[in-house]
Design a protein. Structure first.
Length: 201
């Protein structure tokens, strides 16, 4: 059942196939990314309510929130770009206003041990803040994707237990994003030093 072209939100059919052109895949991917942001925020709030009151709001959202099953390359890339790219850009702008543009510029241009440490804290903090807000319980950490850790089986849980698992999954995404964000400045220094060393040979 359902519209195979996937214009009905929540249908089980995906977006891969000749019935979709590139523009349609792009539009559906963008729509899915935007929906997942709203779903993630609603799910976070529901998780706290369920944990406190042992209700089943998370399950209700899972079963009723509109979804677009994007499974083509163009659509999936667009979905990820909207779901994560736009919130991260917004977070950096908010950080700029809170910290101050000049101070933020100093952080980005910082060098030496203290400069790298400050960058690690800045980018790691953004990752830890944004990721739990925009990640749904359907999403996986990189560790889970590569089989290093196990994603909780949420379908088997209800009430407070399910809420704890959902909040734990979001926390894991935040920790991973913080680690990746903090690693970026270190990786940048390593690449720069390697390039300088190569040019001296």
């Amino acid at each position: 059942m359902g519209d195979k072209r996937n214009y009905i939100l929540g249908t089980k059919y995906g977006t891969r196939g000749d019935e979709f052109n590139v523009l349609e895949q792009f539009a559906l991917g963008a729509g899915s990314g935007a929906l997942k942001i709203v779903e993630a925020i609603a799910e976070l709030g529901a998780g706290f309510v369920d944990y406190a009151a042992d209700t089943n709001l998370v399950t209700y959202i899972e079963e009723n929130f509109p979804k677009i099953n994007v499974d083509d390359g163009v659509g999936k890339f667009t979905e990820l770009l909207v779901q994560y790219g736009i919130p991260y850009m917004g977070a950096t702008k908010i950080a700029g206003k809170l910290i101050g543009i000049k101070k933020l510029d100093q952080i980005r241009k910082g060098t030496g041990v203290s400069g790298v440490a400050t960058k690690m804290g800045y980018y790691g903090g953004i990752g830890a803040t944004v990721e739990p807000l925009v990640t749904t319980s359907r999403d996986q950490t990189l560790g889970q994707v590569f089989g290093l850790t196990t994603k909780p089986e949420l379908a088997e849980l209800t009430g407070r237990a399910k809420a704890a698992a959902v909040l734990g999954q979001k926390a894991a995404m935040g920790v991973e994003a913080a680690a990746l964000g903090a690693a970026l400045p270190v990786a940048g220094v390593a690449v720069k030093e390697g390039f300088i060393g190569a040019t001296k040979v």
